[in-house]
Design a protein. Sequence first.
Length: 374
Amino acid sequence: MRAEAQNFADEINKSLELLAQRLDVETAQHRLEEFNARVEDPNLWDDAEAAQKLMRDRQALVDAMATYEGIRTELQDNVDLIELGEMEEDTEVVAEAEAALKKLAATAAQKELEALLDGEADANDTFLEINSGAGGTESCDWASMLARMYVRWAERKGYKVELQAESAGEEAGIKSATYKVSGHNAYGWMKSESGVHRLVRISPFDSAAKRHTSFTSVKVYPVVDDNIEIEVNPADIRIDTYRSSGGGGQHVNTTDSAVRITHHPTGIVVTSSEKSQHQNRDIAMKALKSRLYQMELDKRSALVNEAHESAGDAGWGNQIRSYVLQPYQMVKDLRTNYETSDTKGVLDGDLDGLMAATLALAVSGKSRAEAQEG
């Protein structure tokens, strides 16, 4: 088999290994039989909500098994065709099978990513908070660069992006910004971005053209939907109304009705600066509930908890990812060791590779390369 076809086959096998791990393929048939037995229970629909969840879980398992088996069978069929075509020197058959392998590799990679996005809140919309850290004007500018990067990434996904609140930097950029990103699996994709992001570059604000290091923190938490009950004691919060400090313009609403809610037990502070004070209270309360829900998710997941704790202060020693623009070009995620020299592409929103590597790590506890070895 030619090298290019072998590479496609190897990629498909890598995806199959991670799909099998996510599916727990050895127990899948047994779990399906258990689902089928429960579905036949005549009392199943006495609790309609539990029955609906059971049916959804069963269908998800059926779909995952069919996906895995379909890719595995198609891979083997095309490898067999290539070998047969090469034996019979039928170049047309070989070419068709190689083209099918290329297409299957793309499908398998997409299914691999989809399999990673099945956490409790992964399908939800998400809030994205960006806060400049150590570095003054440099970090404010870096925060605005990150905001642009995430907005472009979201637009590529077809997601809706709404600016909830923004505080402008004194000289350039932004001190902070909060966005709501809406779309299927928005939280699942973005949750891996929580942490400190480090930039190394020649400063555009330094007349001596020296290298500067800047830090900005990113926090991601799911929008709580109506099916999730989060109780907030009114005695635990303080609601302040103030004038928005935004500088106006395309993304900033300047208004006297901005709202800040402080949750005393946790110290969480959320803001919203839309035009309507009533709307701001609603948005800010939803953001607070989402933050509280995220804290609950963190308690349940040691890995996510460690990721959020590692966010820490936006400064040295806490970064999850480095973006080096000088003296060389490199973006490297320090959790997965995934790296790319396409810094322009990343800053223009090409984040899927970085996100996918972290999603794989969250599932298996090791990098994709390590998953293949283990």
